[in-house]
Design a protein around this ligand. Sequence first.
Ligand code: 3PY
Ligand code: MG
Length: 249
Amino acid sequence: MTSLRARIAAAARPEQAPLLGPFLAVPAAMVVEIACASGPDFVCIDMEHGPISAQTGEAMVRAAALYEVPALVRVPGVDAVAIGQALDWGAEGVLVPRVNSAQDARQAVDAARYPPKGSRGAGPGRAAGYGRAIPAAIARARRDTVVAVQIETLPALDELEAILAVEGVDLFFIGPGDLQLGLEAAGRPEPIGSVIGQILQACREKGRPCGLFAMTRDALSPYDDQVALGIIGSDATVLIAGFDAMYGA
Ligand code: 3PY
Ligand code: MG
């Protein structure tokens, strides 16, 4: 099966459709199974905003594997321990939120990649058959691990060029919600759409793949030829839409 990392690189070409998947923040393997049975390209287990423990996070990664759907884990922040753990569970990659600088991006890469490209430690986690297959797991991780960093703060905008130059990052993922908050707090009047456009253009100029969050498929579709990957909504947004439709909130 082609790895998610290779598919992201391929989907960065404008003529390729973006890879699509949801955030999953409900701490339950059951929700992962329900989502994966719909056939998303990946799921993103959200440990930044969801109340997901390490134990449940690992069970959620395992549930996605049952369906052969790649799991990304959005870790709580630029945190080497959280990044290493999620990858040890067998996640295909990590999405690292609130990356403010090239230094943050380099730290994320360092935590996610084995030497010599980083300093991830070898361990007997699920990804390594609990110790039965450590060399094979290291070889697979060197080839396939996805490192995605979020561009979603004003400091990141200021340092965008340097962040986009960091080697070892596979995807620069735009967080419009936090960007909007930052612009408002700074009293900056430019519309979020134009800021998203500037980031997309910078990614295009530097030849770096980018991704975007949108609440709905329709909201993402204008960007289809510009993004390699889109995260659309979450388990919660799907539940809200379903319950509202049924009970008319
Ligand atoms: C944001 O919009 O801030 C996000 O983090 C979405 O991924
Ligand atoms: Mg965010």
